[in-house]
Design a protein around this ligand. Structure first.
Ligand SMILES: Nc1ncnc2c1ncn2[C@@H]1O[C@H](COP(=O)(O)OP(=O)(O)O)[C@@H](O)[C@H]1O
Ligand SMILES: [Mg+2]
Length: 350
Protein backbone atom coordinates (compact mmCIF):
# COMPACT_ATOMS: atom_id res chain seq x y z
CA UNK A 1 0.00 0.00 0.00
CA UNK A 2 1.36 3.39 -0.92
CA UNK A 3 2.46 6.30 1.24
CA UNK A 4 0.08 9.17 0.68
CA UNK A 5 0.41 12.82 1.66
CA UNK A 6 -2.82 14.75 1.26
CA UNK A 7 -2.34 18.51 1.39
CA UNK A 8 0.12 18.23 4.26
CA UNK A 9 1.30 21.41 5.92
CA UNK A 10 3.46 21.58 9.00
CA UNK A 11 4.23 24.51 11.22
CA UNK A 12 6.75 24.06 14.05
CA UNK A 13 5.12 26.94 15.90
CA UNK A 14 1.63 25.61 15.71
CA UNK A 15 0.04 24.92 19.05
CA UNK A 16 -3.04 22.74 18.91
CA UNK A 17 -6.09 23.89 20.86
CA UNK A 18 -5.51 20.97 23.23
CA UNK A 19 -1.89 21.93 23.88
CA UNK A 20 -2.87 25.57 24.17
CA UNK A 21 -5.28 24.73 26.92
CA UNK A 22 -2.64 22.74 28.72
CA UNK A 23 0.07 25.32 28.08
CA UNK A 24 -1.97 28.33 29.14
CA UNK A 25 -2.36 26.87 32.59
CA UNK A 26 1.38 26.74 33.02
CA UNK A 27 2.63 29.73 31.09
CA UNK A 28 -0.21 32.21 30.72
CA UNK A 29 -0.95 33.31 27.24
CA UNK A 30 0.21 32.44 23.75
CA UNK A 31 1.16 35.84 22.38
CA UNK A 32 4.72 34.70 21.89
CA UNK A 33 3.71 31.73 19.78
CA UNK A 34 1.56 33.72 17.39
CA UNK A 35 4.29 36.32 16.99
CA UNK A 36 6.71 33.54 16.07
CA UNK A 37 4.21 32.03 13.67
CA UNK A 38 4.16 35.32 11.80
CA UNK A 39 7.93 35.35 11.56
CA UNK A 40 8.57 31.74 10.54
CA UNK A 41 7.03 30.31 7.42
CA UNK A 42 5.58 26.83 7.55
CA UNK A 43 8.14 24.05 7.27
CA UNK A 44 5.83 22.17 4.89
CA UNK A 45 3.25 23.72 2.67
CA UNK A 46 0.43 21.79 1.04
CA UNK A 47 2.45 18.69 0.15
CA UNK A 48 0.59 16.17 -2.02
CA UNK A 49 2.51 13.04 -2.96
CA UNK A 50 1.90 9.37 -3.40
CA UNK A 51 4.76 6.91 -3.16
CA UNK A 52 3.89 3.47 -4.50
CA UNK A 53 5.27 0.27 -2.97
CA UNK A 54 8.81 -0.55 -3.94
CA UNK A 55 9.71 2.85 -5.34
CA UNK A 56 13.13 4.44 -4.71
CA UNK A 57 12.54 8.12 -4.09
CA UNK A 58 15.37 10.59 -3.71
CA UNK A 59 14.64 13.83 -1.90
CA UNK A 60 16.84 16.83 -2.60
CA UNK A 61 16.56 20.43 -1.52
CA UNK A 62 18.52 23.26 0.04
CA UNK A 63 19.14 23.23 3.81
CA UNK A 64 15.92 24.23 5.55
CA UNK A 65 13.72 23.30 2.59
CA UNK A 66 11.79 20.80 4.71
CA UNK A 67 13.34 17.43 3.84
CA UNK A 68 13.78 16.18 7.40
CA UNK A 69 10.39 17.53 8.40
CA UNK A 70 8.74 15.72 5.50
CA UNK A 71 10.25 12.33 6.18
CA UNK A 72 9.33 12.44 9.86
CA UNK A 73 5.71 12.48 8.76
CA UNK A 74 6.07 9.08 7.08
CA UNK A 75 5.83 7.22 10.37
CA UNK A 76 3.95 9.84 12.32
CA UNK A 77 6.83 11.20 14.39
CA UNK A 78 5.50 14.55 13.29
CA UNK A 79 1.84 14.99 12.53
CA UNK A 80 0.54 17.45 9.99
CA UNK A 81 -0.78 20.78 11.16
CA UNK A 82 -3.10 20.47 8.20
CA UNK A 83 -3.81 17.58 5.85
CA UNK A 84 -3.40 13.83 6.25
CA UNK A 85 -0.72 11.20 5.92
CA UNK A 86 -1.93 7.72 5.04
CA UNK A 87 0.41 4.73 5.09
CA UNK A 88 -0.74 1.20 4.32
CA UNK A 89 -4.25 2.59 4.22
CA UNK A 90 -3.94 3.84 7.80
CA UNK A 91 -4.44 7.46 8.74
CA UNK A 92 -1.54 8.47 10.97
CA UNK A 93 -3.70 10.92 12.87
CA UNK A 94 -4.72 7.85 14.90
CA UNK A 95 -2.28 6.85 17.59
CA UNK A 96 -2.98 3.14 17.16
CA UNK A 97 -2.25 3.44 13.43
CA UNK A 98 1.04 5.17 14.10
CA UNK A 99 2.06 2.29 16.33
CA UNK A 100 1.19 -0.23 13.60
CA UNK A 101 2.93 1.69 10.85
CA UNK A 102 6.14 2.10 12.84
CA UNK A 103 6.63 -1.65 12.63
CA UNK A 104 6.87 -1.38 8.85
CA UNK A 105 8.57 1.95 8.34
CA UNK A 106 12.16 2.23 9.48
CA UNK A 107 13.67 5.69 9.71
CA UNK A 108 17.39 6.32 9.89
CA UNK A 109 18.00 9.86 10.99
CA UNK A 110 21.12 11.79 10.14
CA UNK A 111 24.04 10.23 11.99
CA UNK A 112 21.93 7.31 13.28
CA UNK A 113 24.93 6.04 15.24
CA UNK A 114 24.39 8.84 17.75
CA UNK A 115 21.38 6.86 18.90
CA UNK A 116 23.33 3.72 19.74
CA UNK A 117 22.99 3.15 23.45
CA UNK A 118 23.47 -0.45 24.52
CA UNK A 119 26.59 -2.03 25.99
CA UNK A 120 26.88 -4.56 23.16
CA UNK A 121 26.05 -4.59 19.46
CA UNK A 122 23.84 -7.63 20.05
CA UNK A 123 21.80 -5.79 22.63
CA UNK A 124 21.46 -2.70 20.48
CA UNK A 125 20.32 -4.46 17.33
CA UNK A 126 17.94 -6.72 19.23
CA UNK A 127 16.24 -3.84 21.05
CA UNK A 128 13.54 -3.29 18.41
CA UNK A 129 12.62 -6.93 17.79
CA UNK A 130 12.53 -7.61 21.54
CA UNK A 131 10.11 -4.73 21.94
CA UNK A 132 7.89 -6.35 19.35
CA UNK A 133 7.53 -9.21 21.83
CA UNK A 134 9.15 -11.80 19.55
CA UNK A 135 10.56 -14.97 21.11
CA UNK A 136 14.29 -15.17 21.63
CA UNK A 137 14.94 -17.54 18.73
CA UNK A 138 13.25 -15.13 16.34
CA UNK A 139 15.06 -12.15 17.86
CA UNK A 140 18.35 -13.97 17.44
CA UNK A 141 17.57 -14.86 13.83
CA UNK A 142 16.75 -11.25 13.06
CA UNK A 143 19.86 -9.87 14.71
CA UNK A 144 22.11 -12.27 12.82
CA UNK A 145 20.31 -11.59 9.57
CA UNK A 146 20.41 -7.80 10.01
CA UNK A 147 24.13 -7.78 10.83
CA UNK A 148 24.83 -9.96 7.83
CA UNK A 149 22.82 -7.66 5.58
CA UNK A 150 24.88 -4.64 6.61
CA UNK A 151 28.10 -6.60 6.09
CA UNK A 152 29.13 -7.15 9.71
CA UNK A 153 30.18 -10.53 11.00
CA UNK A 154 28.07 -11.57 13.95
CA UNK A 155 30.84 -13.48 15.70
CA UNK A 156 33.22 -10.55 15.40
CA UNK A 157 30.96 -7.74 16.55
CA UNK A 158 27.98 -9.06 18.53
CA UNK A 159 29.64 -8.99 21.94
CA UNK A 160 31.55 -5.75 21.35
CA UNK A 161 30.57 -2.35 22.58
CA UNK A 162 29.28 -0.33 19.63
CA UNK A 163 31.44 2.51 20.88
CA UNK A 164 34.60 0.52 20.22
CA UNK A 165 33.80 0.24 16.52
CA UNK A 166 34.78 2.60 13.73
CA UNK A 167 32.37 5.33 12.64
CA UNK A 168 31.41 3.43 9.52
CA UNK A 169 30.79 0.24 11.50
CA UNK A 170 28.70 2.15 14.06
CA UNK A 171 26.55 3.48 11.23
CA UNK A 172 26.04 -0.09 10.03
CA UNK A 173 25.08 -1.29 13.49
CA UNK A 174 22.50 1.50 13.64
CA UNK A 175 21.13 0.47 10.24
CA UNK A 176 21.09 -3.17 11.37
CA UNK A 177 18.92 -2.12 14.30
CA UNK A 178 16.40 -0.73 11.84
CA UNK A 179 16.59 -3.72 9.50
CA UNK A 180 16.03 -6.09 12.43
CA UNK A 181 12.50 -4.68 12.53
CA UNK A 182 12.14 -6.07 8.98
CA UNK A 183 10.58 -2.90 7.62
CA UNK A 184 8.85 -2.67 4.25
CA UNK A 185 9.86 0.94 3.89
CA UNK A 186 13.23 2.42 4.65
CA UNK A 187 13.52 6.16 5.13
CA UNK A 188 17.04 7.56 5.27
CA UNK A 189 18.10 11.10 6.07
CA UNK A 190 21.54 11.69 4.51
CA UNK A 191 22.69 8.10 5.15
CA UNK A 192 26.15 8.69 3.69
CA UNK A 193 26.92 11.94 5.52
CA UNK A 194 30.27 11.98 7.28
CA UNK A 195 31.51 8.66 5.91
CA UNK A 196 34.74 8.18 3.98
CA UNK A 197 34.45 7.23 0.28
CA UNK A 198 34.54 3.50 1.06
CA UNK A 199 31.90 3.87 3.77
CA UNK A 200 29.75 5.92 1.41
CA UNK A 201 30.03 3.35 -1.35
CA UNK A 202 29.27 0.47 1.04
CA UNK A 203 26.24 2.22 2.50
CA UNK A 204 24.90 3.19 -0.89
CA UNK A 205 25.38 -0.36 -2.14
CA UNK A 206 23.47 -1.62 0.89
CA UNK A 207 20.56 0.75 0.24
CA UNK A 208 20.61 -0.24 -3.43
CA UNK A 209 20.47 -3.92 -2.48
CA UNK A 210 17.62 -3.42 -0.02
CA UNK A 211 15.63 -1.67 -2.71
CA UNK A 212 16.37 -4.52 -5.12
CA UNK A 213 15.00 -6.89 -2.47
CA UNK A 214 11.70 -5.02 -2.68
CA UNK A 215 11.83 -2.35 0.00
CA UNK A 216 10.39 1.06 -0.63
CA UNK A 217 13.24 3.54 -0.14
CA UNK A 218 12.97 7.24 0.59
CA UNK A 219 16.41 8.78 0.73
CA UNK A 220 17.32 12.36 1.50
CA UNK A 221 20.68 13.18 -0.01
CA UNK A 222 22.68 16.21 -0.98
CA UNK A 223 24.63 14.13 -3.48
CA UNK A 224 23.08 14.57 -6.90
CA UNK A 225 25.17 11.64 -8.11
CA UNK A 226 23.81 9.29 -5.47
CA UNK A 227 20.28 10.33 -6.33
CA UNK A 228 20.81 10.16 -10.11
CA UNK A 229 22.43 6.73 -9.85
CA UNK A 230 19.84 5.17 -7.58
CA UNK A 231 16.49 6.89 -7.40
CA UNK A 232 13.64 6.15 -9.76
CA UNK A 233 11.99 9.38 -8.78
CA UNK A 234 13.31 12.66 -7.46
CA UNK A 235 11.42 15.10 -5.28
CA UNK A 236 12.85 18.59 -5.10
CA UNK A 237 11.81 20.56 -2.04
CA UNK A 238 11.95 24.32 -1.80
CA UNK A 239 10.54 26.39 1.07
CA UNK A 240 8.42 23.45 2.18
CA UNK A 241 6.81 22.84 -1.19
CA UNK A 242 7.44 20.29 -3.91
CA UNK A 243 9.23 22.29 -6.61
CA UNK A 244 9.81 19.30 -8.90
CA UNK A 245 8.73 15.69 -8.95
CA UNK A 246 9.87 13.40 -11.70
CA UNK A 247 12.31 10.87 -13.03
CA UNK A 248 15.98 11.82 -12.56
CA UNK A 249 16.27 12.47 -16.31
CA UNK A 250 13.45 15.00 -16.17
CA UNK A 251 14.50 16.71 -12.96
CA UNK A 252 18.20 17.01 -13.82
CA UNK A 253 17.42 18.47 -17.22
CA UNK A 254 16.34 21.62 -15.34
CA UNK A 255 19.88 22.66 -14.45
CA UNK A 256 19.10 26.36 -14.37
CA UNK A 257 16.09 26.09 -12.02
CA UNK A 258 18.04 23.75 -9.77
CA UNK A 259 20.90 26.22 -9.64
CA UNK A 260 18.51 28.98 -8.66
CA UNK A 261 17.43 26.80 -5.74
CA UNK A 262 21.05 26.42 -4.70
CA UNK A 263 21.20 22.85 -5.96
CA UNK A 264 23.61 21.21 -8.32
CA UNK A 265 23.25 18.67 -11.05
CA UNK A 266 25.06 15.34 -11.25
CA UNK A 267 28.71 15.64 -12.20
CA UNK A 268 28.09 13.52 -15.28
CA UNK A 269 25.53 16.06 -16.48
CA UNK A 270 27.94 18.90 -15.76
CA UNK A 271 30.54 17.22 -17.89
CA UNK A 272 28.03 16.63 -20.62
CA UNK A 273 27.24 20.35 -20.66
CA UNK A 274 30.92 21.24 -20.56
CA UNK A 275 31.71 18.94 -23.44
CA UNK A 276 28.72 20.26 -25.37
CA UNK A 277 30.26 23.73 -25.17
CA UNK A 278 33.34 22.31 -26.84
CA UNK A 279 31.20 20.93 -29.63
CA UNK A 280 31.17 17.43 -28.24
CA UNK A 281 27.46 16.76 -28.07
CA UNK A 282 25.65 13.65 -26.91
CA UNK A 283 22.26 12.66 -28.24
CA UNK A 284 20.85 11.51 -24.92
CA UNK A 285 20.86 13.30 -21.56
CA UNK A 286 23.64 12.05 -19.30
CA UNK A 287 23.10 11.78 -15.55
CA UNK A 288 25.19 8.87 -14.36
CA UNK A 289 28.72 7.62 -14.71
CA UNK A 290 27.33 4.73 -16.71
CA UNK A 291 25.55 7.12 -19.12
CA UNK A 292 28.69 9.16 -19.52
CA UNK A 293 30.93 6.17 -20.22
CA UNK A 294 28.40 4.89 -22.70
CA UNK A 295 28.03 8.21 -24.48
CA UNK A 296 31.78 8.71 -24.75
CA UNK A 297 32.28 5.18 -26.04
CA UNK A 298 29.60 5.63 -28.68
CA UNK A 299 30.89 9.00 -29.73
CA UNK A 300 34.58 8.14 -29.92
CA UNK A 301 34.28 4.52 -30.99
CA UNK A 302 37.77 3.96 -29.58
CA UNK A 303 37.15 2.12 -26.37
CA UNK A 304 34.18 0.28 -24.97
CA UNK A 305 31.94 1.61 -22.26
CA UNK A 306 33.30 -1.12 -19.99
CA UNK A 307 36.84 0.10 -20.52
CA UNK A 308 35.84 3.64 -19.62
CA UNK A 309 34.01 2.38 -16.55
CA UNK A 310 37.06 0.35 -15.55
CA UNK A 311 39.17 3.50 -15.83
CA UNK A 312 36.70 5.39 -13.66
CA UNK A 313 36.62 2.54 -11.12
CA UNK A 314 40.41 2.57 -11.00
CA UNK A 315 40.42 6.29 -10.18
CA UNK A 316 37.81 5.72 -7.46
CA UNK A 317 39.84 2.87 -5.99
CA UNK A 318 42.96 5.03 -5.91
CA UNK A 319 40.98 7.74 -4.16
CA UNK A 320 39.71 5.26 -1.58
CA UNK A 321 43.20 4.05 -0.90
CA UNK A 322 44.46 7.56 -0.39
CA UNK A 323 41.51 8.31 1.86
CA UNK A 324 42.20 5.31 4.07
CA UNK A 325 45.81 6.34 4.45
CA UNK A 326 45.14 10.05 4.79
CA UNK A 327 41.61 11.25 5.53
CA UNK A 328 42.74 14.83 4.95
CA UNK A 329 43.47 14.03 1.33
CA UNK A 330 39.76 13.42 0.75
CA UNK A 331 39.28 17.14 0.49
CA UNK A 332 41.23 17.21 -2.72
CA UNK A 333 38.97 14.70 -4.38
CA UNK A 334 36.68 17.48 -5.42
CA UNK A 335 39.36 18.37 -7.92
CA UNK A 336 39.82 14.99 -9.49
CA UNK A 337 37.26 12.26 -9.77
CA UNK A 338 36.21 9.31 -11.83
CA UNK A 339 34.29 11.77 -13.96
CA UNK A 340 37.40 13.78 -14.69
CA UNK A 341 39.11 10.62 -15.82
CA UNK A 342 36.39 10.08 -18.39
CA UNK A 343 36.31 13.64 -19.61
CA UNK A 344 40.05 13.63 -19.97
CA UNK A 345 39.48 10.73 -22.32
CA UNK A 346 36.71 12.58 -24.09
CA UNK A 347 39.04 15.58 -24.30
CA UNK A 348 41.02 13.62 -26.86
CA UNK A 349 38.59 14.83 -29.51
CA UNK A 350 38.38 18.47 -28.59
N1 LIG B 1 12.70 21.59 15.74
C1 LIG B 1 12.43 22.67 15.00
N2 LIG B 1 11.82 23.74 15.54
C2 LIG B 1 11.53 24.83 14.79
N3 LIG B 1 11.80 24.94 13.50
C3 LIG B 1 12.41 23.90 12.89
C4 LIG B 1 12.75 22.71 13.61
N4 LIG B 1 13.35 21.85 12.76
C5 LIG B 1 13.38 22.48 11.57
N5 LIG B 1 12.82 23.70 11.63
C6 LIG B 1 12.63 24.65 10.53
O1 LIG B 1 11.79 24.05 9.56
C7 LIG B 1 12.27 24.30 8.27
C8 LIG B 1 12.58 22.98 7.55
O2 LIG B 1 13.65 22.36 8.22
P1 LIG B 1 14.16 20.90 7.89
O3 LIG B 1 13.00 20.01 7.67
O4 LIG B 1 15.12 20.53 8.94
O5 LIG B 1 14.90 21.15 6.50
P2 LIG B 1 16.04 20.28 5.77
O6 LIG B 1 16.03 18.91 6.35
O7 LIG B 1 15.64 20.33 4.33
O8 LIG B 1 17.33 21.01 6.00
C9 LIG B 1 13.48 25.21 8.40
O9 LIG B 1 13.05 26.54 8.27
C10 LIG B 1 13.93 24.94 9.81
O10 LIG B 1 14.58 26.06 10.37
MG1 LIG C 1 17.58 17.87 7.25
Amino acid sequence: MPIVFEHVSYDYNYVSPKEKKRGSKQTDGDTNTSAQALRTPQALNDICIEIPDGQFVGIIGHTGSGKSTLIQHINGLLQPTEGRVIVEGLDLAERANRRLVRKHVGIAFQYPEYQLFATTVEEDVSFGPRNLGLDSAEVDRRVRNALERVGLEYDLVAAKSPFHLSGGQQRRVALAGILAMEPKTLVLDEPMAGLDPKGRADTLALVHRLHAEGLTVVMVSHSMEDVAENAERVLVLEHGTIAMDGKPDEVFSHAEELREMGLGIPQATKFQNLLAKKGFEFKEPVHTLDDLANAIALKLGKRTKEEYLAKAAQVSAEQNETAQADPEAQKNFKNYSAFDALTLEAGEVS
